[in-house]
Design a protein around this ligand. Structure first.
Ligand code: NAD
Length: 481
């Protein structure tokens, strides 16, 4: 069993209290590693090291294009270790191996995208009057904190850390206590770069301890958080006390809206993929299926057939669906399944699956729920499992009302050949991303991603995310007599 360490101020360290947390493989329940249980003191050491590194001339003198080169070097290391990393992500998170590869590939693309952007974020000059030059520069914010959820660790760390380093900030990452393995590898790659001490720091440990200390630390200048709404609110409150901006990527209850004129086979495929990816433990999972009423029997029948053909197995076996993260998450999902039995019907699935050789994992049949009201918890709350809830609509107006009827607003899929309808809905849907006749557009490294309402605020991914990690300064210079 591997004993991992944290990385603070250029050194690999244990927790200051010597305590450790076991890390399990969700597919089998086996303990695969242990991580230091980072304390408030450890967080303070990391943040102070990052603050010192930010203000030291050494890091400041690394030019933008050189920061880009550093990020390209990380991309190269990720690529060189692609097989190992994909396997590690699969063992750590439980997702099928092909999804582990997809996540590593996305991480590589984030480092390349933001590496290329490092010397291309420009300022402005503003015409005011003769004898006055006014210009606007975007400077780095300072110490940036990155609090990571367990479901897509390598992707989510990469997207925000690459953007922050590109803009010249220093970084403290708090990885998820359940899935720290690829974060540890990425830390190794950063350690090998020979950056000035304190530019990149990685804390492991519990959210209530290390995460809370990081989000409330007075020397942090920006917090990027991805996780649940409840924790996001706590993080925002802690940061607000220090007048520190936050970027929040929270949950979703994203709909796929299916009209009778859609391309049926492609739509079935898109709808199924949108909910089974990472066993439904995806913030942007398409967890609500809204079908045009007249088309329901035909379309739902095809989705049910596809669900019945899906294979559930350990991540490393690379079938369609892996395990739920752990017993606690599984029990939470099963509470929703029991509620569905009371309020509506289980169309297919709903039972635990016992996988030979992986008895310690918590697996669930892909599940479809029908017959519940749009006000039900099943329609409103994130289930975070391979569970799809079905509704019908009569016309575009009702489809729109249903789509916008939750507190979330992360992603929406629209499936129709009617371009007018697609544009109209895209303009009226409250979601940070709208996909027409696709869902996800191949991972979306370049596309702004984030939520309306309780799905969060601020945007990650794409060019726009670079601005999270800059602060605007205006300089006005008077010249002449
Ligand atoms: P979580 O909120 O429990 O934990 C996220 C991170 O916050 C972890 O690192 C955790 O240790 C830390 N944390 C916990 N309590 C904290 C506190 N009081 N202060 C500071 N940090 C704390 O979420 P999770 O269970 O890891 O992830 C699942 C949730 O994340 C789902 O709701 C999902 O929708 C959401 N999510 C959103 C996105 C997105 O981009 N919108 C991506 C992935 C996951």
């Amino acid at each position: 069993m591997e004993r991992l360490k944290m990385f603070i101020n250029g050194e690999w360290v244990e927790s200051s209290n010597g305590e450790a947390i076991d890390v399990k493989n969700p597919s089998s329940g086996e303990v695969i590693a242990s991580i230091p249980c980072g304390t408030k003191e450890d967080v303070s050491s990391a943040v102070e090291a990052a603050k010192k590194a930010f203000h030291d001339e050494e890091w400041r003198k690394v030019n933008p294009h050189e920061r880009g080169d550093l990020l390209f070097a990380i991309a190269d290391k990720l690529k060189a270790n692609r097989d190992e990393l994909a396997k590690l992500e699969t063992i750590d998170v439980g997702k099928p191996l092909a999804q582990g590869y997809a996540d590593v590939d996305a991480a590589i693309r984030y480092f390349r995208f933001y590496g290329g952007a490092a010397d291309k974020v420009m300022g402005d000059t503003i015409p005011i009057e003769d004898g006055l030059i006014d210009y606007v520069v975007r400077e780095p914010v300072g110490v940036t904190a990155h609090i990571i959820p367990w479901n897509y660790p390598i992707q989510i760390i990469s997207r925000s850390v690459a953007a922050a380093i590109a803009m010249g900030n220093t970084v403290v990452v708090k990885s998820a206590e359940d899935t720290p393995m690829t974060a540890n590898k990425l830390t190794e790659y950063f350690a090998e770069l020979g950056l000035p001490n304190g530019v990149f720091n990685h804390i492991t440990g519990y959210g209530f301890e290390a995460g809370a200390a990081l989000s409330g630390h007075p020397s942090v200048n920006h917090v990027t958080f991805t996780g649940s709404v409840q924790t996001g609110v706590a993080v925002a409150q802690a940061a607000t006390a220090n007048v520190v901006p936050v970027t929040l990527e929270l949950g979703g209850k994203s709909p796929n809206i299916v009209f009778a004129d859609c391309d049926v086979e492609k739509t079935v495929d898109g709808v199924v993929r949108a909910i089974i990816q990472n066993a439904g433990q995806t913030c942007s999972a398409g967890s609500r299926l809204l079908i045009e009423e007249s088309f329901k029997d035909e379309f739902l029948g095809k989705v049910v057939n596809r669900f019945k053909s899906l294979e559930v197995n350990a991540g490393i076996e690379d079938k369609d669906i892996g395990p739920i993260l752990n017993e606690k998450q599984f029990n939470r999902v099963m509470e929703f399944v029991e509620l569905a039995k009371a309020e509506g019907q289980i169309v297919t699935g709903g039972n635990r699956v016992h996988v030979d050789g992986y008895e310690g994992g918590y697996y669930l049949e892909p599940t479809i729920i029908d017959g519940v009201s749009p006000e039900s918890k099943l329609a409103q709350e994130e289930i975070f499992g391979p569970v799809l809830t079905v509704f019908t609509f009569k016309d575009t107006k009702e489809a729109l009302e249903l789509a916008n009827s939750t507190e979330y607003g992360l992603v929406t899929g629209i499936w129709t050949k009617d371009i007018n309808r697609a544009h109209y809905l895209a303009s009226r849907i409250d979601a940070g991303q709208v996909f027409v006749n696709n869902y996800g557009a191949g991972g979306g490294v370049q596309m702004p991603f984030g939520g309306y309402r309780k799905s969060g605020f601020g945007r990650e991914k794409g060019w726009i995310a670079l601005y999270n990690y800059t602060v605007v300064k205006n300089v006005a210079i008077k010249y002449g007599d």
